[in-house]
Ligand binder design. Structure first.
Ligand code: BGC
Length: 371
């Protein structure tokens, strides 16, 4: 019986903290590419070598299992990942699970039966997705976790942004404006490991101020499946419980910030207290330009999609992959590539999201050219 793919092993520490890791072989005979660097005969699916994959259809087949397309960013991820994979000569199959664990597992089963050579997965549920990894590995297919980590599973690689840093950027921006006062934290989905990392980052920054008594967290709640509706009702509750006396709001992403801002608006408080979000969604960037939101965190999705597609193809070919971090997922130290998030406020919209073409100037400002 085939065993799951063993852990990646760091070989060399390179300059800039990047580490070269290679695919370890399993007992069924997939070679360690350290001793077989040429990818042409590295086996990557049960009983099949890369050479035969090429003979089979001439292309590496990537399966990309997405949790959702709910937020604007995921539609960019989908399109950019497809473009990046295809530019590398791969065939890309993408399915989105509409925030449903059972659906995501059955979509992955479909992709496995369609003969994908590598699976890229953004899990809806960090824990439940361990099943996906087991299924893929027993079919001899490696798994790359995309943006969101899969917990308690032998995943082969994780490619994302530095998600703890996302929270730190949010908290630093808001703390500079409100060094003392009552804070509300509207979290993301409890089932998403990123939501925990974002929150950890926020509290890395705020905890000393909380300990000193300068900052009080008067409300702190997750938002089910990241929906603005859940954030709206949480924020209503936060305002009610505190008689509207709130000085700052940090929301785990722009969609939940949007829901929470609606609750502020109901009380005539929109634009009156600093608000942080994340994702640089168009609606949020427009709110920032107009004063309804203070900041967001921009994650250049193209860099993520390009890096993930490049490494997915390399993994499928059994080639060497460079990583820059290791993240513990409860089972293993996962070789990871983490990219840098960027804080965006009114002062740098033009130099970041507009300069990158993430949003057009017209979409952000309409026809009114800001001074
Ligand atoms: C992503 C965020 C996104 C959220 C909701 C998180 O895992 O990192 O960018 O807003 O999921 O989909």
């Amino acid at each position: 019986m085939r065993r799951g793919i063993r852990r990646w092993r760091p070989l060399l520490a390179l300059a800039l903290g990047w580490t070269v890791v290679v695919a370890a072989c399993d007992d069924a005979g997939r070679p360690n590419v350290a001793s077989a660097p040429a990818a042409t005969s590295v086996s990557n699916r049960a009983g099949e070598t890369t050479q035969t994959v090429h003979q089979r259809n001439g292309k590496i087949k990537i399966g990309f299992s997405m949790a959702t397309l709910q937020e604007e960013r995921w539609r960019k991820d989908r399109d950019m990942f497809r473009a990046a994979g295809e530019a590398l000569g791969a065939e890309v199959i993408i399915m989105a699970a509409n925030n449903d664990d059972a659906n995501q597992i059955s979509q992955v089963e479909t992709m496995i039966s369609q003969g994908v050579d590598i699976l890229v997965v953004t899990p809806h549920n960090a824990e439940a997705a361990a099943t996906i990894v087991k299924k893929a590995h027993s079919a001899g297919i490696k798994v790359l976790a995309y943006d969101r980590l899969i917990k308690n599973a032998d995943i082969d690689l994780y490619v994302s942004f530095d998600n703890e840093k996302v929270g730190e950027l949010q908290a630093n921006a808001i703390k500079a404006l409100v060094p003392r006062g009552k804070y509300v934290y509207i979290g993301g989905a409890d089932t998403d490991n990123n939501a925990h990392l974002f929150k950890k980052g926020v509290f890395n920054v705020l905890q000393p101020y909380i300990d000193r008594g300068d900052i009080t967290i008067v409300y702190d709640q997750w938002s089910k499946d990241w929906t603005p509706r859940s954030a709206l009702s949480n924020m209503r509750e936060a305002l009610r419980a505190n008689g509207n006396r709130i000085d700052a709001l940090i929301a785990a992403n722009d969609a939940t910030a949007g829901g929470a801002i609606e609750a502020l608006a109901e009380q005539g408080l929109a634009g009156r207290i600093p608000v942080a979000g994340q994702d640089a969604e168009l609606a949020a960037i427009r709110r920032i330009a107009g004063g309804g939101q203070t900041m967001t965190v921009y994650k250049p999705i193209k860099l993520l999609a390009d890096k993930a597609a490049e490494l997915a193809v390399k993994l499928a070919m059994g080639e060497t992959v460079e990583t820059n971090r290791k993240l513990n997922n409860g089972k293993i130290e996962v070789p990871s590539v983490l990219l840098d998030p960027i804080a965006v406020d009114k002062t740098n919209i033009d130099d970041t999201v507009i300069a990158d073409g993430f949003h057009s100037r017209e979409d952000v400002y309409g026809n009114v050219k800001p001074k």
